[in-house]
Design a protein around this ligand. Structure first.
Ligand SMILES: [Zn+2]
Length: 436
């Protein structure tokens, strides 16, 4: 992404932009330093040193710093504490608070890398490494943005906050979920939240679809494999349920369209995936299996639902098909175990955080912003559900398609552009600057 030369009319904003341009080498070093913490999730490696690295740096920039451990959340232990960091800089006069939230955890490196994923290699105007795109490049850009405002010594209004949080890749319960339940995203503490997830530097992500994960178990009656008529096969029952889903549910799901601008467009319909299925004898047996009629068959389903769908209806249409299977196959029963639910969320396109980012994206990149919604969830769900901040979006420098890939990278020019957009948006949203 190349940017047009944009000269802000405001002397204060020009000062902030000059500082961001001058911080280019610092931004690259900061991104590399963040990548070098192997914050793998699972298990939650190096969370505390990475959070302290961010906290120490923000403290040097004049921010007050808090560490909050997601006590007793999934994976939390003394060996792998869920350490979050929140830094805040108070403005000199009343105004709104803008919060930048980034997750410090990364997924495993996997195969296919042509370099060390935790080295932070700089090549061809890019920084490479696991998390470069998703989302340490975004964290670094937002840190440089708020530091430039602080260093410029502006008498800015309101407050600026920045957080590094854990476990986004595994649901965010020990990270933003934990903080949101404890008031860290409530007004009047916070008014606008920007999450620098990698969604392409000219796009604003308004929200995401909902998710319902559940385990369905069909139960039957065990028997000898040579006399299956004396048992009741749970596998055949599950097969019947799956056939009903194919015949009756999938055609309906394919017809349901959302008004949300989900990308890729395939995600603008309701979707259903089966994560796993297992029936009969435990798959870890060695040698030959025993001749048994399976009395249990389990599957894990992943239903992504639309903001236009009713959650109870989402569940009951699955239950109705299980009831239908049960009614025509005597001796079978079923159970549904809830695993995880997140509601869909979407910030309206005319919300102040959206229109402000649109404005600055257009000014700084020289082309109109695009709005998208995410097919999967991210930490916005916690902020809008448990926090009281409905003015929340994702906007960051990384390229969406590179997330979780080998040789993941972030473009340095994109980080500079997004840092300017974030700084200008923060100054507008806090009430420091009228639109320039
Ligand atoms: Zn991410």
């Amino acid at each position: 992404m190349t940017t047009i030369p944009f000269k802000p009319a405001s002397r204060r904003l020009a000062g902030v932009f000059n500082r961001i341009d001058a911080a280019r080498d610092d931004l690259v070093t900061l991104t590399r330093d963040l990548i070098r913490f192997p914050t793998l999730n699972p298990p939650g490696e190096a969370y505390t040193p990475c959070a302290e690295f961010i906290g120490n740096r923000m403290a040097r920039s004049g921010f007050s710093v808090d560490y909050v451990r997601g006590e007793a959340t999934p994976g939390d232990s003394d060996r792998y504490p869920r350490t979050n960091v929140i830094a805040r800089l108070e403005g000199s006069r009343p105004g709104k608070t803008v919060h930048f939230n980034g997750h410090i955890d990364v997924v495993e490196a996997g195969n296919g890398w042509t370099m060390d994923p935790f080295e932070g290699v700089v090549k061809d105007g890019r920084v490479y490494g696991r998390g470069a795109c998703d989302m340490k490049g975004g964290i670094a850009a937002s840190m440089i943005a708020v530091e430039a405002i602080a260093a410029e010594g502006l008498d800015f209004a309101g407050g600026l906050e920045i957080s590094g949080t854990v476990d986004e890749e595994s649901g965010g319960f020990g990270g933003v979920g934990y903080l949101a339940r404890r008031g860290y995203f409530d007004a009047p503490r916070v008014h606008h939240v920007i999450i620098p997830e990698p969604l392409d530097v000219d796009r604003v992500c308004l929200g995401h679809r909902g998710v319902w994960w559940a385990e369905v178990e069909v139960t039957g009656h065990i028997g000898h494999g040579s006399m299956p008529f004396l048992g009741v096969s749970a596998i055949r029952g599950m097969g019947d349920f799956l056939a009903l889903v194919e015949q009756e549910l999938y055609p309906q799901l394919d017809q349901r369209r959302t008004q949300m601008p989900c990308e890729p467009p395939g995600a603008r319909t309701a979707t259903l995936n089966f994560n796993s299925i297992h029936g009969g004898l435990d798959e870890r047996f060695s040698g030959l299996p025993s001749p048994l009629v399976a009395d249990s068959c389990r599957l894990v389903l992943d239903r992504r639902y639309l903001i236009e769908e009713d959650f109870d209806a989402v569940k009951s249409e699955i239950i109705a098909l299980l009831d239908k299977m049960k009614s025509r196959r005597p001796g079978l029963d079923y159970r549904v175990r809830e695993l995880m639910t997140f509601q869909p969320t979407m910030t309206p396109p005319d919300a102040e955080v959206v229109t402000t980012l649109d404005h600055w994206i257009h000014k700084i990149l020289g082309k109109p912003a695009r709005h998208i919604a995410s097919p999967g969830t991210y930490d916005q769900k916690h902020i809008t559900r448990f926090g009281q901040v409905l003015d929340c979006v994702a906007f960051g420098p990384g390229i969406l398609d590179l997330a979780h890939q080998p040789d993941e990278y972030v473009d340095i020019d994109d980080m500079i552009a997004s840092a300017k957009i974030m700084a200008a948006a923060a100054l507008s949203l806090t009430g420091t600057l009228s639109a320039d």
